[in-house]
Design a protein around this ligand. Structure first.
Ligand code: TYC
Length: 101
């Protein structure tokens, strides 16, 4: 001991921020077939048929359903890929992203 040690300062270091997360949201429409929506959810979001069918039905009944949560870039890429699938087949299937609070 030299008598000159200082106590650690009360922490002024900012805590590492948690990465912000973005929701991918599936929107209902009147035209896209249910089986098609389920297949897109399975392909893009790697869901089982049971999971995808549940999400599809919730969107169908309520108008929208949160599919999954990712970092911003992954959420936007998946929402675009899934929306493009529908467009390729002439369906108005739509996915959006929204920042999680
Ligand atoms: N409402 C569509 C139908 O009755 C099915 C559907 C469900 C479409 C969910 C989009 O996000 C959706 N064929």
């Amino acid at each position: 001991m030299t008598g000159t040690e200082t106590l650690p300062k009360a922490s002024t270091k900012p805590k590492p921020e948690r990465p912000k997360l973005w929701k991918v949201i599936l929107l209902n429409d009147d035209y896209t077939p249910r089986d098609f929506v389920t297949a897109v959810l399975m392909a893009v979001f790697r869901m089982t048929e049971a999971q995808a069918g549940g999400v599809m039905l919730t969107a169908h009944k309520k108008g929208a359903c949160v599919v999954a949560v990712y970092t911003k870039e992954v959420a936007e890429t998946k929402a675009n890929d899934a929306t493009d699938y529908g467009r390729q087949y002439g369906y108005p299937l739509a996915f959006t992203t929204e920042r999680e609070e």
